[in-house]
Design a binder for this molecule. Structure first.
Ligand code: RUQ
Ligand code: CUA
Length: 650
């Protein structure tokens, strides 16, 4: 266990508050400690830092296992067997391409929702219903970073979850009533989609998406190695229709994004204002910027026809580069990363990443800027607290405190927003309240309800990229480590370690009672998710709930069958070599939790059919012989007997 002092940051006594000096911050217990390490962060030294092993190897990863403050009664994260969690956690699955549903505070994984990945368990990427969502030409696999639930007036509304695919430049939507991905939209004119947020006011509304990588426009082989001509655009998608509403060309590139609580602005960090294509170049400037988009002005410009289109796309693209009246560029230090709006609706913070600071800006000053009353965009900054090395993301508790992850220091810094503002104004106040060691290298953090007006200040998660020595060895690839922190008291207290598979980036934590009654426990036969399959059966004169039969149309064969524990409607069906076979299975059981599976041996076919659901799959029968199909969800004592034969004639 580490020295207790190491976990607490500066000791605070009433009446003894003042701003810390740089040296004091450097010397903070558990803080940067070694001034030489701090100077790493100065420009020039950075190139050495990111060399082989530099960033990771030299930064004190050997920190001892951390335990909670002795004597403090912990908020329990235990949820007894048979009891339910108080919150849902919706967790990014990173490069696994899926979304995960956790219970909080138990941190138990409750479900995985495949989004951009293929998933043999439920047949995602295999069934016709999922392929209609994924689209024919989409690449399989995805890199899912940022899940956010739709909001109405700054409150979660339980309609949808939206998330990005960085590698495939896509945005996906999950219907919260069935927790199924129902739409995926490809974003044009971008090389990736990274930061993603949803409009809060009046509702979602827009889904905002950043792009990091700059590319030629159009990206058709022109300007290949002429980075000065590369471009980056910001995108707004209509969350109802999932169509791209408009795009804005920006200077530099974008990283993370968040919007206000009034529906007027959305802001993004930019870490490569240099427009460089190599590491040293991307870190050259001491300052990059936050770009703020004026939603009303952009909408008006689009309406007035002041836009262009690119290539064959119809998406209106407006110009928001420096000098545009649609945007505001606020200089901030240095390669900023996270962008997080405070739940009181007043401020937004950009985490410095390569600067030990977080820059706090005020939305009302953005009003002033666009009204012509504020000349220097930098005057929108109201605080710039120094917190430690590698600030990445900030979360809020709704009580006036902010929590910032320090990637390089492997710490969570708790600071007081008003004190930071006062310190920036020259008052002698200490805004830093505590630094808690986390294990190790935290990226995102998130507080319960912290991105809404309802921030409740109970839980904070730290999504750590490294777990190092915290778990049993499982091979060279280590799990990530999500740590649950009780923030209900004055001090942050670590209460749980949760190993997680690669690689959660972000998460949202939502009270179960907000979703109560909204999540279905069985499918509705009229559900749009399989409506197209139902319509096709109707054309064939098939009543899915009753009929099990084979319909041949030339070389296309449609095999309809019911499933009811422990029996498929057909014990066998016969096709010819070369036929295109579509198997449609309807689960006529209506007992909750009684799912069946349809797995066809040697054909790469498996799909899940939950109670009252219809699922279908299309494949080529290209091997003569006998192939058994069988149920893959253990539904009955005679589950193993729930099977049949596909007979393929030569
Ligand atoms: S980013 S570790 Cu993909 Cu959300 Cu900050
Ligand atoms: Cu149906 Cu097992």
């Amino acid at each position: 266990m580490s020295d207790k002092k190491n976990d607490q940051g500066p000791e605070l006594k009433a009446g003894q508050i003042r701003a810390l000096t740089e040296e004091e911050i450097a010397a903070l217990p558990g803080g940067p400690g070694n001034p030489a390490r701090r100077s790493f962060m100065k420009a020039g030294a950075l190139a050495g830092l990111v060399g082989a092993g530099g960033l990771i190897g030299s930064l004190g990863l050997e920190r001892a296992a951390h335990a909670a403050e002795p004597g403090k009664k912990l908020e329990s994260h235990d949820v007894a067997p048979g009891h339910l969690d108080e919150y849902y956690g919706f967790w990014s699955g990173g490069q696994s391409g899926e979304l995960r549903i956790l219970g909080v505070p138990s941190m138990r994984e409750l479900m995985r929702v495949p989004v951009f990945n293929t998933d043999f368990a439920i047949g995602w990427g295999i069934t016709n219903e999922s392929k209609r969502v994924l689209g024919e030409n989409f690449p399989r696999g995805g890199d899912l970073h940022h899940p956010h639930m739709s909001q109405t007036h700054g409150h979660y509304d339980g309609r949808y979850l939206f998330m990005n695919d960085k590698t495939g430049s896509r945005i996906a939507r999950i219907r919260c009533d069935v927790m199924r991905t129902d739409k995926i939209t490809s974003i044009p004119h971008v090389a990736d989609v990274h930061g993603l947020r949803v409009q809060r006011e009046p509702r979602t509304g827009y889904v905002f998406a950043n792009s990091e990588f700059r590319i030629p426009s159009p990206n058709d082989g022109r300007d290949l190695d002429d980075p000065k001509k590369y471009q980056c655009v910001f995108t707004a998608v209509n969350g109802e229709t999932m169509e791209v509403a408009w795009q804005v060309i920006v200077d530099g590139n974008l990283d993370n994004t968040d919007c206000d609580y009034e529906g007027k602005y959305v802001a993004s960090t930019c870490y490569n204002s240099e427009g460089a294509v190599d590491l040293a170049g991307m870190m050259r400037s001491e300052r990059d910027w936050v770009v703020v988009f004026n939603i009303k002005r952009i909408e008006a410009a689009v309406k007035a026809g002041k836009f262009k289109t690119i290539g064959t796309s119809k998406v209106p693209v407006v110009d928001g580069r420096h000098g545009s009246e649609l945007t505001m560029y606020i200089p901030v230090p240095k390669s900023p990363h996270g962008l997080n709006a405070t739940p009181d609706g007043k401020y937004f913070a950009a985490a410095g990443k390569l600067s030990p600071t977080v820059t706090l800006m005020e939305w009302s000053k953005v009003d002033d800027y666009f009204a012509g009353k504020l000349k220097d965009p930098r005057d929108a900054v109201v605080a710039e607290p120094q917190l430690g090395l590698g600030p990445l993301h900030t979360a809020y508790d709704g009580r006036g405190y902010a929590y910032t992850t320090l990637f390089i220091d492997s710490q969570m810094a708790k600071w007081n927003i008003q004190d930071a503002i006062d310190a920036y104004a020259g008052k002698k106040v200490n805004y830093l309240r505590q630094k808690l060691d986390v294990a190790y290298q935290p990226g995102h953090n998130h507080t319960s309800l912290g991105e809404t007006r309802d921030a409740d200040g109970k839980w904070l998660v730290s999504l750590n990229k490294f777990s190092k020595d915290r778990f049993l060895a499982v091979g060279p690839l280590h799990p990530d480590l999500d740590q649950l922190i009780d923030i209900s008291g004055d001090q942050m207290v670590l209460v749980a370690d949760e190993p997680v598979y690669s690689e959660p980036h972000d998460a949202v934590i939502i009270p179960a009672k907000m979703l109560a009654g909204k999540i279905k426990r069985k499918w509705d036969r009229k559900d749009p998710f399989f409506a197209e399959t139902v319509a096709q059966a109707k054309k064939h004169g098939v009543v899915l709930e009753k009929d099990s039969k084979v319909i041949r149309q030339g070389k296309k064969v449609f095999v309809y069958m019911t499933s009811s524990a422990p029996k498929f409607g057909l014990d066998s069906f016969k096709v010819k070599k070369g036929d295109e076979v579509t198997v449609v299975v309807t689960n006529v059981d209506s007992i909750e939790d009684l799912s069946h599976g349809f797995c066809l041996a040697h054909h790469g076919v498996n799909m899940e059919i939950s109670p009252q659901e219809t699922s279908s799959v299309t494949f080529k029968a290209d091997k003569p012989g006998v192939y058994w199909y069988y149920c893959t969800f253990f539904c009955h004592a005679l589950h193993l007997e729930m099977r049949g034969r596909m007979l393929v004639e030569a």
